[in-house]
Design a protein. Sequence first.
Length: 283
Amino acid sequence: MNDFPLMAADRVIMAALEEDVGTGDITTLSTVASDTCATARLVAKSPLRLAGLDGFMRVFALLAPGDELTWEVFKRDGDDLEAGEKILAVSGNARTLLTGERVALNLLGKLSSVATITAAWSRQLKSTDTKLIDTRKTTPGLRALEKYAVRIGGGANHRAGLFDGVLIKENHIRAAGSIAKAVAGARSYAPHTVNIEVEVTDLGELEEAYRAGANAVLLDNMDDAMLERAVQRYGGKITLEASGNMSEERLAGVAATGVDLISAGALTHSAPCVDLSFLFEQD
């Protein structure tokens, strides 16, 4: 089921079009006649996991709502593509295709890059019970879209924002006075349906969070040996999330410790760009 966040995409696309097009695409307006028609093909130029195709197509609908574009779609979100594979073809007004091209490619490229790295990392956890999740280290304004791309890549989502989950971090603890005080404050404020997670850096803080009644702990920057000790003592009693300095090479070792979750900001903030081509067919 495609749960592409269309409303969030529309806000992003409109802002991007305003930024890019401004008062008009002077290159296209000055070189291409208004009644010129063209057919363009979107092609993968590097291996990728496709994500955001609805957003790509939506750019042109929002740019020129009255234009009739004919789409031939060959691939869908979640497909793994090799270089050279065709994704779609579109026919219609050449001005519309030219003016929307860069915004559409930027959006599809960004989301496909997130899905591609997530897919690669998820494969490292395929034979384990550990789940790969994202973080709030997302591009401002693109969170809903990037988290969608993580799901397309085979990962799962952490909280959407500050409003839907309690994550008590080091500065919260310092401001509250202790882990116990911070958890108690969260318990009295947050609805009973909201989980409370505490960031801890050693086993002593983990014990304090467990005794305070936290639902989960974020094991911050622990080496594999310490993660293994955390699982030995608290596995099955509290959700254990490993985080900090994660890399694809490290995933298998971290999962072998038995933690429930591995979170990685790199899925969204360090995804390498995929290469896409959007070229007009020649007569």
